[in-house]
Design a protein around this ligand. Structure first.
Ligand code: CU
Length: 175
């Protein structure tokens, strides 16, 4: 129906296109998979053989007491990327604070759609369980109180600009 396409703005369409292509890349690994059937079989195997993968990864931190004041980590933005893109310092299951400053100004006819950003954290990669979903902000600073995360390297991105990504390295306890 023609009236539906009129409601879909070009900016929204391109954002959805970016998101879907990122998801496609994340789920398939490479664009040149050996064969479609091999990929389907692999996905099915993962889904059925690891039911615990859908469980909340934060559950391992239940009952862990915070030690001292939470670590504060400053994260900024520089032209629609995180600065720094690799966050180090958090310890296994210890809450920390991200002091997030968005310094990208609003502008008319922004090819990126909006200058607003947030920090979303997922377990290990883009399709991992959600660990933290920070409030979206314009050009300002916000304090994100992030719960203790399990040790490992987790995936950080802006949910309005999925190509805007980073990593959070969480060290093992006692390290
Ligand atoms: Cu953003």
């Amino acid at each position: 129906m023609s009236h539906q396409s009129r409601h879909s703005s070009p900016a929204k369409t391109s954002r959805l296109a970016i998101l879907s292509s990122v998801l496609l890349l994340a789920s398939c690994g490479t664009a040149a998979a050996p064969s479609p059937s091999a990929h389907v079989a692999e996905s099915h195997e993962v889904a059925t053989a690891a039911p615990e993968a859908s469980a909340d990864p934060l559950a391992v931190c239940d009952g862990v007491e915070p030690e001292g004041e939470p670590l504060e980590i400053a994260v900024g933005t520089a032209s629609y990327s995180f600065d720094p893109r690799m966050i180090e310092g958090p310890i296994h299951c210890q809450p920390f604070v991200i002091v997030f400053t968005n310094s990208d100004p609003a502008m008319a006819d922004n090819p990126a759609g909006t200058n607003e950003h947030n920090v979303t954290i997922r377990f290990e990669n883009l399709i991992g369980p959600l660990l933290f979903d920070g409030e979206v902000i314009g050009q300002t600073t916000i304090r994100y109180e992030v719960p203790g995360l399990p040790a490992g390297e987790h995936y950080m991105y802006c949910k309005l600009h999925p190509p805007m990504t980073g990593r959070i390295l969480v060290a093992a306890a006692g390290s």
